[in-house]
Ligand binder design. Structure first.
Ligand SMILES: [Zn+2]
Length: 288
């Protein structure tokens, strides 16, 4: 009997990071920056950061390119983009704790938005960031803009024998495989996208599915909606986005990982957690 839900730490419970939305006015942000305990998380343009130390004390005047993320246990957290972090790694590479994941994912989300949103989408005017970096106000038309998130589905498709469909994207490193994923199109529901993506990419018809949970994924601004699904189709990849793909039993995956024929996703992703749950028999069944 498989469990009815999957625990996906650190995304599936109340956040440690209090986003402190009420205190994003300039004076409160200034005061927070000057607090002795305040911390600054620095990330580079490759989304790298360090775990040791994780964040440094804030010093001097409040720079105008930092974002105020909120508070964890009363400690104010800020984020800033820097040119290069030596010896850093990305969110893909670690299984982060709640504090680390929530501050990094909030920081990258807002800093990526700053990097990619230079002008007012309505009139082309200059933008001025306010509210701790979470609002961009147009200096010409006054319209306020907010960080955007692109929802995507990611799905572990199982066959009748509980084999998992894994596929390799042509742009990936050799032997890297993962479960199927794709962006939700404008005006489309998540469920519609789920059926469409697995049909388009792998010619799989879904018979049943279950929502597992979600993960913010800051490459560059996705929200991954995780599912498990059942299909009776034989499956065939499109050979455009997916170069090859197949059904794998748990033994096939164990053997593939041991020999290096299969490289699974890094530990930080929802894909890694879902695949790991399937390998240990703790992934909920798609059927009610
Ligand atoms: Zn404008």
């Amino acid at each position: 009997m498989s469990p009815s839900r999957l625990s996906l730490p650190p995304w599936d419970r109340r956040a440690l990071l209090d986003r402190d939305v009420e205190d994003r006015d300039p004076e409160s942000v200034q005061r927070a920056w000057a607090e002795d305990t305040a911390r600054l998380l620095r990330v580079d343009f490759e989304s790298r950061f360090t775990l040791d130390p994780f964040g440094i004390p804030t010093t001097g005047e409040l720079p105008d390119d930092v974002a105020f993320l909120g508070r964890v246990g009363g400690v104010a957290w800020f984020a800033q983009r820097v040119d290069r972090i030596e010896g850093g790694a990305t969110i893909r590479d670690f299984r982060l704790n709640d504090l680390q994941y929530q501050t990094v994912s909030a920081g990258l989300a807002v800093l990526n938005w700053h990097q990619n949103t230079r002008f007012c989408p309505r009139c082309g005017g200059q933008l001025r960031y306010t509210r701790g970096g979470f609002v961009a106000a147009c200096v010409i038309c006054g319209r306020e803009h907010f960080p955007r998130t692109d929802p995507a589905i990611i799905v572990a498709v199982l066959d009748q024998s509980d084999r998992l469909f894994l596929a390799h994207q042509s742009v990936w490193a050799k032997n890297r495989v993962s479960i199927l994923a794709g962006f939700i199109e404008a005006g489309e529901s998540a469920e519609n996208a789920l059926y469409r993506e697995v049909a388009e990419e792998a010619k799989l018809e879904i018979e049943a599915y279950r929502f597992l949970g979600s993960q913010p994924w800051p490459f560059s601004r996705s929200l991954m909606l995780g599912y498990v699904a059942r299909s009776h189709s034989s499956g065939q990849v499109d050979r455009v986005e997916l170069e090859w793909g197949n059904w794998y039993s748990r033994n096939d995956v164990d053997r593939g990982v041991a020999t290096g024929a299969l490289n699974l996703p890094g530990p930080g992703s929802i894909a890694a957690q879902v695949i790991s749950a399937w390998r240990t028999g703790t992934l909920p069944a798609p059927e009610d």
